[in-house]
Design a binder for this molecule. Structure first.
Ligand SMILES: [Zn+2]
Length: 77
């Protein structure tokens, strides 16, 4: 019996979700790409976890979900 495991990275799922949620996201904050860091603080005390993969896909802006609440960070290109 083969034991081939199918791995799904959390990063891929989160990245997809952040794009699908676009229409019902609540923008909590906006930052410019040039002024953003890997972990932008959220008003809830958590952080928006910004991955380089997300930043690479930015055309006009990217929406990053907070890991701890329903707010979304808008990163402007
Ligand atoms: Zn938050």
């Amino acid at each position: 019996m083969k034991s081939t495991k199918r791995l799904t990275t959390a990063g891929e799922e989160r990245s997809l979700a952040s794009h699908l949620k676009e229409s019902r996201s609540v923008i909590g904050e906006e930052v410019k790409l040039s002024e953003s860091s890997d972990e932008e603080p959220c008003r809830c005390g958590g952080f928006y976890d910004i991955s380089e993969a997300d930043l690479d896909q930015i055309v006009d802006f990217a929406l990053i979900d907070c890991a701890h609440c329903s707010l979304t960070l808008k990163v402007l290109a």
